[in-house]
Design a protein around this ligand. Structure first.
Ligand code: PLP
Length: 357
């Protein structure tokens, strides 16, 4: 089965096999990682390894802290303004789809929000023209969602601003090379390109930690407090962090982010070509901003969609339904999706078209 689920998503098979081998007895300790104290030397070594590997993979300098948090990326939609707006009265957001709108809606509970640009009027099929952005340089930060998981819009150029840029990379972290030093903060829920659900990762520039007002924030919410306590104010999601470390190890063994990026470009090209070369399938996104990770598409004849989904599932191509809010189809092709999976999908699509067009 090739699993095209948008998240929790397919993990590399090699990682699952290793986790299975170590499940009952981690490194000869006679216990599972799930059963270890988070304060034990063993678990601390896992957490330290995960941070070191992520730093190497993404080129994260010592100017940044890596935090493991609970509450998912959605929790961070609130935690970010709660931490970073101390001393400011507004934050800027670029609205490119469902996830950025959710992030800005949550931020409004904590601060005034300036919508610096939005593509809502064109149904979120593109990215705002940067020359028309309304960025208030007195704001606490500029928030962006470089990959909209539901809409399938991805952009990596950064707007010109002196504000710290805060990026929700939940669905494209580690899928392509980026220059971390251009960001104030990068965050991501784990359950797509990092590991299982239960942990989210924040990469925060250290000077921004000074904004966390520990007296006003819930103890476990403060980025400064999390950094001081090495993400262990309370019990962290130990097993999820362990699996993230195994995924990072797998990435290092497979050429790192640069190799993943080439692999992801090739997979996305194959799938978009199949869609574009047919009048039976279509993808509505501005070609300049099509996501390499999440590829939504519809059939010219909407009535055939349920047939497509039932037959593809039966053919071992799992979870191709679009998000419940938009319908249609969506293939999520994160790092762990092999080229063979995309080839199988494209072959199925051609065959389906021949039978039903
Ligand atoms: N941001 C993006 C871009 C996402 O794709 C998702 C989930 O799919 C989220 C945020 C929410 O993540 P979580 O479920 O970890 O709160």
């Amino acid at each position: 089965v090739y699993n095209f689920c948008s998240g929790p998503a397919a993990l590399p098979e090699a990682v699952l096999i290793k986790a299975q081998q170590e499940l009952l007895d981690w490194h000869g300790k006679g216990v599972s990682v799930m059963e270890m104290s988070h304060r034990s030397d063993e678990f601390v070594s896992i957490l330290t390894s995960a941070k070191a590997r992520l730093s190497r993979l993404m080129g994260i300098s010592s100017d940044y802290e890596i935090l493991f948090v609970q509450g998912g990326a959605s929790g961070l939609f609130a935690q970010i303004p709660a931490n970073l707006c101390h001393g400011f009265d507004k934050a800027c957001y670029i609205d490119t789809g469902t996830w950025s709108s959710k992030a800005l809606k949550e931020a409004k509970k904590y601060t005034d929000v300036v919508v610096s640009g939005s593509t809502k009027s064109i149904n979120y099929t593109s990215v705002p023209d940067f020359s028309t952005l309304n960025i208030d340089e007195a704001a606490a930060y500029l928030h962006i969602t470089p990959n909209e998981t539901i809409g399938g819009v991805e952009y990596m150029d950064l707007p010109q601003t002196d504000l710290p840029i805060v990026a929700d990379m939940s669905s494209n972290i580690l899928s392509r090379a980026i220059d971390v030093s251009k960001y104030g903060m990068i965050y991501a829920g784990a359950q797509k390109n990092i590991g299982p659900a239960g942990v989210a990762i924040c990469i925060v520039r250290k000077d921004l930690l000074e904004r966390s007002n520990d007296d006003a924030l819930p103890t476990t919410w403060s980025f400064a407090n999390l950094a001081k306590n090495d993400s262990m104010i309370n019990t962290p999601p130990t097993f999820a962090i362990y699996l993230a470390d195994l995924v990072f190890e797998w990435l290092e063994q497979n050429g790192g982010v640069a190799a993943m990026e080439q692999h992801n470009i090739a997979k996305a090209e194959l799938l978009y070509q199949a869609i574009d070369n047919s009048s039976f399938y279509s993808n509505p996104i501005d070609v300049r901003y099509r996501s390499r990770m999440n590829v939504p598409f519809v059939l010219a004849d909407e009535k055939l969609e349920s047939v497509f989904l039932a037959e593809s599932e039966a053919a071992g191509l799992s979870t191709l339904a679009g998000h419940r809010s938009v319908g249609g189809m969506r293939a999520s092709i994160y790092n762990a999706m092999p080229m063979a999976g995309v080839e199988a999908l494209v072959a199925f699509m051609k065959d389906f078209e021949q039978r039903y067009a």
